[in-house]
Structures are given as C-alpha cells and as structure tokens.
Write a protein that binds this ligand. Structure first.
Ligand code: GLN
Ligand code: ZN
Length: 762
C-alpha cells in the first residue's frame, strides 16, 4: 500500500492562535502554563486535521515555539554563552531570549540571534551560532514529549528532524576562525542518541530533512554526507532523508546512494529528475514523491500528479509514498473559512488542510484506482484545470497583446545615464550630497486606527482621505523644517508596500485568513496573482500630487517594483514568473508615466525583494537576473530623460549581483549600508558602478539616534569609493516602524552632516 504522509503542517493555527498566545505571553498576560496549553491544543488539532484528511503518517517535530531551527539549537545545546542559564537546563525563557534578545534591564542584556531566510522561502530561521570549542549535548525534551503526546492521542507518527549537514550548513562560526564542518564528528553522536530515544518510543520511521542536497555543495560537504550517514547507518529506526525546494542535480548520485531507507524529493520543483531517480534509487528503498505543492495556494492537478506517481509505482510498488513537495508550513492553513472569495476562485485554491486531502486521495488512487471516490475526485480536478484554462477572468487578450507588442526599445531609457543626469541636475537644482528619505514616515497608532475605522465603515471615504491628507501635511511640514532636499509624502495611506498596489490591480485576489508564518509570531498574508495583471486606473497620483502641491521642493513619487510585487505574492503556476513580472512592469509603467504627467520629477520604484529572488542554484542566476532587470527597466523606461528614476533595496550583499543592479539603470539607487559600516562599498572596488547612489547612513531598525560625526565618517568612507557628485545621503530604509521623535532627531543630524560635507567639499 502506498503511504500518504505529510512533511510538516503549519503551526500558527487557523486563527493565528499561536501568534496571539505568544504575544500575550510576551506582554505578560498569559503565563507559561497557559501558553503550553495553547501549544498542546494546536498540535492536537493539527494532527487530527491531517488524520481526518487521510494522512497515514503524521509529522511530529514540526511544531515550534518560535522556529524549528531554534528548537534544534536547544535540543543540541547550541546555546550561545550570553543566553546560557547559570544552572540547569534551558527553559522557554532561554528560547525566547535567543529569538528576541534580552533587554538591558535583565541580566546585562543580550542581542538576539541573527535571523535569515529559509532557503528561497519567505520564512526566516534563527541562525545557530557555533564556537570553535562547541559541545553538543541533549538539552531539550520537546521532540520526545510531543511524540508521546501524539501517541497518547492514538496517532501513528513520524518524527521530523533537521539533518546534521543541513543544520551545520545553516549555522555560523563565531569567534575564532574554524570550519563548521569540523563539528560534524562531535554532532553525530547526538543524532545517534536521539534516534535511540525515539526507537524506545515505538516509532518506526524518522524523517531527516537535508534540503541542502538541492544546493551547489562544495566537495567536502558532499564527502561529509557519505561519512555522516554511514556513521548513522546503525542507529535504530528507518530513515527517510527529505530534500525539497530544488532538484538534486549533481547531488543525485550521492542522495540515492546514502545508506538510508528512503528518499523524499520535490517533484513540483524538479519534475525532470523523476526518470533518473526511478532508474537510480534502489527499489528496496522508499521513494517519497512530493507531488502536492507546499509552497503555493493552487489546487493540485491530480491527473498530472498521478501520472508521475504511476511511473514510479511500476518500480517501487508499495515503496512509493505520496507527500507534499515540502512542509506545508509555507502554505496557509485552511481554505474552508474563506467567505469573501467567490465560488469559482475559491474552487481553484487549496490550503494545507485541503492539500492533505489531495495527498491522501493520490495515495488512494494508487491503491484503489477504481474506487468511486477516486474517480469523482479526478473528474472534479480535471474540471478545475479546464475551467482555469478557459477562464476569461484569468486570460485577458488585451494584456497579452500589449505584452507581445513590447519591443527592446521599451525597456531602454531614451538616452544614456551620462546624458540624462545632466538634464536632471539642471532641472532639479539640488545641492551636493542631496538629502532624502526612503519613503515611509512613522505609521502611528492614529494612522492605523483611521484605516481600521475606514475598513469598518466608521469613517467615510472623504473622512479617511482627509485624515491621510493631514498626515501628509504633517510629514511635508516636518521635512521642510528639517531642510531635507527631496521630500516624500510618507506613505501614510499604505498598509503594506505590496498589498497596497495589489489591491488596485486587476488579476490579484485576497484571502481573509491566508496567513503564513514569516518568523516567530510574525505572519504575512500574501496576495494571490490569479490572472493576467493590469492597472485599471491611477493608483498613487492623487496622493503624490497633493503632497507636491504643499511644497516648492521636489516631491518624490513612490512605487513598488515588479519583481518585489511578484516575490511577495502567491504567483500563478500556469505562466512563468517572467511573464508575471513583465505584466506587473507594464502596469506600474503606466503609473510611472502618469506621475510624470502630473509634474512629479523624481519617481522611486522600490525593489526590496530583488536579491531574494535569486534561485538556489547558481547556474540559474543569470537567467533570473536577466528577466528581473529587464522587468525593472520596462517599468521605468516610459519617462523622459529629465525625469529621475530612483530605486531602493534594503540589504547589503551586492558583490555578486552588482552588474545586474547596474543593468537596471536607475538614475539613483538607495541601499542599506550603515549596519555593515559601508562594507558594501567593497563591491565598488572591482566594479565601477556608473550611476548615482545613496548608501544608507543610519540603521532604521533601532530607535538609536546617530551622531552627526558618525554620519560624516561613513560618508567620508563612501567618498573614497564613489565620486562625491554621485552621492546622496539617506537612511538605510523606510521609517514606518519608528516614532516621530527619534526620526526627527536622526534626520536633524543627517541634514547637519550633509551641510558639513558640502562646506568641506567646497
Ligand atoms: N518605500 C518603502 C518605505 O519607505 C520601502 C520599504 C522597503 O524597502 N522595505 O517603507
Ligand atoms: Zn528598504
């Protein structure tokens, strides 16, 4: 019998119960016992949901109080000195301290562990910190407790752990220089111990996640895989090594040869590897095929998935397992409560609960192909696929015609930067080291309240507009008083830089409860691209025009770019990301042109997610970079030479993509640099970045007010790399999370620094 299993289930809860409980606990309104009750209820509910959907083997170990990588760090005793309890085992407070930092008032304070993206998802994990003398010691009982908890509820479970190589890969060596891989020998006995403990709990299989098998691995890491799994070979339990998010490619031989009992692969991401896998994986092992997409919200094309499974079934028979492509952590919990979607659209979607039913149905289709249930489900799935293929809501001839009429010239400014910039300088008349900000000003409680009241109908459209106008007046007044050179309207009317635009575009849909964990208690509700995208009418022009009318200084228009819109949405699967980016580019291009027509002289198009779109495998980078830069230029190139295009990116790893950033051909780019002490500018040693640039001079993530002297020092560094006439002065990113007092204090110092630099230069 083919087994249906799930690699992991979302932990936040249908109604974000975990988020609410965590935040109440952190506020001191829910004690630890109360928090633990919520956790236990959620786990019980999620196992039951999966079981009811027909999943045979339920995951345990997918629940985490904050992050699954952090849970592993506690389990292994990888607890940096600054968080280590003086005596005894770590507690939940230790865990939350590592995740969120400990304030000065307690124990001298400790900064949180670093957080970074989990592969190419929008989930963020806490980076383990290793020291050269790292010891590993079983220090956390959660996994064993939860296995027992599930069994007490009568479930058949499969514990899930992150594999030793992936765990080490994700961490960071701190202190003295050393190779993380040297820690493997010390870490492995702990896996032996954990598997041994699980074996006493009446568990048969363990899932060991090694997603780094989908990455470009250095040779010593490949070798380490063989070594590690040979050493683990004699540990009890059957081992299923799980890979996901990309194909195995050059690691396929390595993966199929590991001395384990089964291999899970992501068929959704890499269907092309199936024939080779069927050929090379010994048939006495289990092949788990991830055919239901755990990363998106669309219903599975059951027929296509079944075709793939049947190919494998010929060779693997009962050793073929059916699963989601990856943990369902990355999809929303349950479609059922969505009451604001129309029936047709809702009929195209599937969230974690529904995905479990799809997995189970596919298992039944393998085991009992003639059953009425299977036949009905396949017929319904075929009907859904057909209705999407033919839907006029999805396929818009006018959007497609416009896209095919695009020529190379459309994504090219009229003249080269060197010519444009003269015209722009002439027109803008800005001083040397022009000062500006990145777009948003503090999103105060009163702004959020106004938006909420408007949504609830307590505030009329006119009243809401007036409330936002009043925020804009305030922002403009403050900026004039500060003496900033290029002003912004402050983005008070925007809830979120993607959702705000998505709501105004055709082809986007919105869920009410489609939350996905981003990190800790933070959840995001990405908009869903379901059809060809277009802009029915101007989106920002009235706000920006109003703001410009309040001042004689230059007002910068503010938009979100096509790549970022795409990366932070649930995309379509029936057309390529490139096509979706180009449709978005054309829609935003219309807005850029309308802003220019309204007299706006500078337009900023944010591409915060540009770098995170990079594929996991380096061989795929250039293709991505080509279409992503092209999409940006397509949206930016409808304007005259004298209109200045800015872009903004908030991170500092530029070295490997700097040429593509230059190829975007924005007249000015503002970037984050202050946290790395302008280290970023090293990228400019090797590559002569041609256009204007504003390296961020202070960190907006903290309320700390930078001194004028610090800013001058940073800019003095910048001047050594980039000609002074091409430098702008601005913060690292938008100011929406800050308060007004610290914002004004910081900007006073920033403007003072610019003034001093100007006199120094003169
Ligand atoms: N313009 C946006 C802001 O200032 C940019 C946000 C971002 O880069 N993440 O908030
Ligand atoms: Zn930013």
């Amino acid at each position: 019998m083919a087994v249906s299993h799930s690699l992991g289930f979302p932990r936040i809860g249908r109604d974000r119960e975990l988020k609410k409980a965590l935040e109440a606990h952190w506020r001191g309104e829910l004690d630890e016992a109360g928090l633990r009750v919520v956790g236990r209820q959620l786990r019980a509910a999620h196992w039951q949901l999966q079981k009811d959907a027909g999943i045979d083997l339920l995951p345990v170990g997918d629940f985490a109080w904050y992050d699954q990588v952090l849970t592993h760090s506690l389990t292994f005793g990888v607890i940096p000195q600054r968080f280590r309890p003086d005596a005894g085992q770590p507690t939940l407070d230790t865990l939350f301290g590592m995740a969120r930092g400990v304030s000065k008032s307690c124990c001298g304070g400790a900064h949180a562990q670093e957080m970074t993206k989990w592969f190419d998802t929008n989930y963020h994990y806490l980076v383990p910190e290793f020291s050269a003398d790292q010891r590993f010691q079983l220090s956390w009982e959660q996994l064993f407790e939860e296995v027992a908890e599930a069994q007490a509820l009568g479930h058949k479970v499969k514990p899930v752990v992150i594999g030793p190589l992936t765990y080490l890969w994700l961490g960071k060596a701190k202190g003295d220089e050393f190779d993380k891989l040297d820690l493997l020998e010390r870490l492995l006995p702990l896996y032996g111990e954990i598997l041994g403990r699980l074996a006493t709990l009446d568990v048969q299989w363990v899932q060991i996640d090694e997603p780094i098998l989908g990455l470009d691995l250095p040779q010593d890491w490949k070798n380490a895989f063989e070594r590690a799994y040979h050493l683990l070979q004699h540990a009890p339990l059957k081992k299923l090594v799980a890979t996901y998010f990309s194909g195995l490619e050059d690691n396929l031989g390595l993966a199929v040869g590991l001395p384990v009992d089964g291999l899970h692969v992501d068929w959704v991401r890499a269907p092309e590897q199936l024939p080779l896998l069927i050929d090379r994986l010994p048939s006495y092992k289990v092949l788990s095929l991830g055919v239901v997409n755990g990363r998106n919200v669309w219903r599975c094309d059951l027929d296509a998935a079944l075709q793939a499974l049947k190919q494998a079934q010929v060779r693997f028979g009962d050793n073929l397992w059916v699963a989601g492509s990856c943990s369902l952590l990355h999809s929303p919990v349950d479609l059922q409560p969505e009451d604001a979607l129309d029936t047709e659209l809702k009929g195209w979607l599937s969230f974690a609960v529904q995905k479990c039913s799809e997995i189970s149905l596919l298992g039944k289709a393998l085991n009992d192909p003639e059953s009425a249930e299977v036949k009905a489900a396949l017929a319904e799935s075929a009907q859904v696929q057909l209705s999407r293929k033919q839907s006029k809501r999805i396929h818009k001839p006018e959007v497609q015609a416009r896209l095919s009429a695009v020529t190379a010239a459309d994504s090219q400014r009229k003249s080269a930067f060197v010519e444009r910039i003269d015209l722009q300088r002439e027109r803008l008349q800005l001083p040397a080291f022009p000062t500006t900000t990145i777009g948003s000003f503090p999103q105060t409680a009163s702004i959020r309240l106004a938006r909420q009241s408007f949504k609830q109908g307590k505030l009329s459209g006119a009243e809401y507009t007036e409330a936002m106008f009043s925020e804009i007046r305030h922002a403009v007044q403050v900026q004039e008083d500060l003496g900033l050179d290029v002003l912004v309207h402050g983005e008070a009317e925007r809830n979120d830089m993607v959702e705000y635009f998505a709501e105004q575009l055709d082809g986007y849909a919105f869920t009410r409860f489609g939350w996905v964990q981003s990190y800790g208690s933070r959840c995001v509700k990405p908009a869903v691209i379901f059809g060809d995208l277009s802009r029915p009418k101007a989106m920002t022009v009235e706000w920006i025009r109003y703001a410009q009318g309040l001042t004689s200084k230059v007002m910068k228009g503010m938009l979100t770019g096509p790549v970022t819109m795409l990366m932070w949405s649930f995309p379509r699967e029936d057309v390529s990301p490139e096509v979706q980016a180009r449709q978005l580019a054309l829609a935003i291009r219309d807005e850029v042109v309308d802003l220019e027509r309204a007299g706006i002289k500078i337009i900023q198009i944010d591409e915060a997610a540009f770098r995170e779109g990079l594929p996991l495998r380096k061989a795929a980078w250039q293709d991505y970079l080509d279409w992503a830069t092209e999409a940006f230029r397509l949206c930016a190139s409808g304007v005259q030479d004298q209109t200045q295009i800015h872009t903004h990116m908030c991170y500092s790893e530029f070295n490997d993509v700097i040429e593509s950033i230059a190829a975007m051909d924005a007249d000015v780019i503002t970037i984050e640099t202050s946290r790395s002490d302008m280290e970023l500018l090293d990228a400019f040693e090797a590559f002569d970045y041609p256009n204007d640039i504003g390296p961020g001079v202070y960190d907006i993530h903290s309320p700390r007010v930078p001194e004028t002297a610090e800013i001058i020092k940073l800019m003095t560094k910048a001047v050594q790399r980039i000609p002074a006439e091409r430098l702008w002065i601005n913060p690292d990113c938008g100011l929406k999370t800050r308060g007004w007092a610290e914002t004004e204090a910081a900007l006073v110092n920033m403007v003072a620094a610019a003034r001093q630099l100007r006199t120094q230069l003169a």
